[in-house]
Design a binder for this molecule. Structure first.
Ligand code: GLN
Length: 493
């Protein structure tokens, strides 16, 4: 039995039509068959998974548990998992076993979710194609020659290929929404502060946020109810109640307003993607929503702003990887300087080094005012644009990515080309607001994503709009062709 939606599996588990153990065994078998090709997993944890499934079945047999009890998922390898390798896609942490669980992992486990393993990702979540991973690229189930996007590429591919019905991800500049769009699934990033960052390895702390990759907005709502909430161990976690997201999904859209910014439909947008988005807007119009123009005049500043702020924070966060406290240590260091230098030189890949150098430069005494301070001002303008727009609309709609999935290797030679993938997703992180990508059709054989953005802490509104769209369309039910499990094509190095 192949996993389908969480909502459907939950009903089947409660009706005792299937056991968590059967679902977990099926997920593990599918990993065994497909992962030599997809390379979506860094670590598979069959023993822990089967033990958790057995415990979930016992809970269900007693009539206990939640809507998530017994459902298999996977965690992005950026989340600390007690006793399990937590590599963050880096050689630096390729020997790091976390001594504790991240808050998100803890909360989902408490709800009875069964984790089958840790998914592949760009190194320290820096990338848009999963090609910066120390563990090799992930392949897109729709076309194994193409990237699934990044940095949550392993989570995206695992869900798209039907290995698990959902996986966790993190989104600093688009890393949930962008890969979700490129593999034809749903990817939801909540507001900054909604999910605790405790135990989530830091990339850019003012932007990082946990979220989910699922088959539907309904499933995202179910997972978010368990994942979100205040955590005193994260000083930026929001101390406000978590609404019942699933209960708000059915609100009709009649008379509600969708803002469409012309800045989202610029020359960089692939014509086929634009056509799919226009069709999606027609669906919303047919549901009674009003489509209105809104302006985001500073949107063009979002990529340069992000690529100053994020590397600045990364250079500071990654200073902790010094060969002493965490992870990789060079052989036979001659001095403390030699230990720092060689451990970092050997442990970090090229993109991570590029970010650390950029970040150190923009924070340096001579250039702080010219770059970092300017970027903070631009960030405030971008956030103000979005706040102003939400005074007159419920959600904003646009593309998730400029093009459908690109070929592996196509953009690796030019970092700026890679950075431009994030042009439509980054403003959401700079402003700290929620965003979702949902499948809205195809360009040739490749899926296209529609992005819906909400005001701060408007998770429920975003999920409601996305769910209504999914009730009216079936793009989220499309599946990639069953991949030929050919290990010769595998991405693992
Ligand atoms: N692609 C962006 C980057 O490389 C965003 C990554 C992310 O959201 N983690 O920084």
């Amino acid at each position: 039995m192949e996993p389908d939606s969480i909502a459907g599996l939950s009903r089947a588990l409660r009706a005792r039509k299937v056991s968590s153990r059967e679902l977990t065994e099926a997920a593990l078998a599918r990993i065994g068959r497909l992962d030599p090709l997809l390379n979506a997993f860094i670590t598979v944890t069959p023993e822990q998974a089967l033990a958790a499934a057995t415990a979930a079945d016992a809970r269900l047999a007693r009539g206990e548990g939640t809507a998530l009890t017994g459902v298999p998922i996977a965690h992005k390898d950026i989340f600390c998992t007690r006793g399990i390798l937590t590599s963050c896609g880096s050689k630096m942490l390729a020997n790091f076993t976390a001594p504790y669980d991240a808050a998100v992992v803890e909360r989902l486990a408490a709800a009875g979710v069964v984790s089958v393993g840790k998914t592949n990702m760009d190194e320290f979540a820096m990338g848009s194609s999963n090609e910066t991973s120390y563990y090799g690229p992930v392949r897109n189930p729709w076309d194994p020659e193409r990237s699934p996007g990044g940095s949550s590429g392993g989570s995206a591919a695992a869900v798209a290929a039907g290995v698990v019905p959902a996986a966790t991800g993190t989104d600093t500049g688009g890393s949930i929404r962008q890969p979700a769009a490129l593999v034809g699934i749903t990817g939801f990033k909540p507001s900054y502060g909604r999910c605790s960052r405790y135990g989530m390895i830091a990339f850019a702390s003012s932007l990082d946020q946990a979220g989910v990759l699922t088959r539907s907005a309904e499933d995202a709502a179910l997972l978010m109810e368990a994942m979100a909430g205040f955590d005193p161990r994260d000083s930026t976690s929001a101390n406000r109640p978590v609404p019942a997201y699933a209960a708000a999904l059915d609100q009709p859209l009649r008379g509600r307003r969708i803002g469409v910014p012309p800045e989202f439909f610029d020359a960089g947008l692939d014509a086929r993607c634009e056509a799919r988005l226009r069709e999606a807007l027609q669906v919303f119009a047919a549901l009674g929503a009003e489509i209105v123009d809104v302006a985001l005049p500073h949107l063009a500043l979002s990529v340069p702003t992000y690529y100053i702020v994020a590397p600045a924070e990364a250079s500071s966060n990654l200073a902790r990887f010094d060969g002493v406290r965490f992870g990789h240590r060079c052989e036979a260091p001659g001095s403390i300087e030699d230990l720092y230098k060689r451990s970092r030189q050997e442990g970090f890949g090229a993109e991570v080094k590029r970010r650390i150098m950029t970040g150190t430069y923009v924070l340096s005494a001579g250039y702080y005012d010219a770059y970092y301070l300017q970027a903070q001002k631009a960030r405030a303008l971008i956030a103000a644009d979005l706040r102003r727009a939400f005074e007159s609309v419920d959600v904003i709609a646009g593309p998730t990515t400029p093009t459908p999935a690109f070929r592996l290797g196509e953009k690796t030679a030019d970092p700026v080309q890679m950075y431009l993938n994030d042009i439509y997703t980054i403003a959401v992180n700079l402003a700290g607001v929620p965003g979702i990508s949902v499948p809205c059709g195809f360009a040739g054989d490749l899926p296209v994503g529609l992005q819906l953005i909400g005001p701060a802490f408007g998770e429920g509104v975003v999920l409601n709009f996305a769910h209504q769209y999914q009730l009216a369309t079936d793009w989220h039910r499309r599946r990639p062709p069953e991949p030929a499990a050919n290990p010769a094509q595998g991405g693992r190095r």
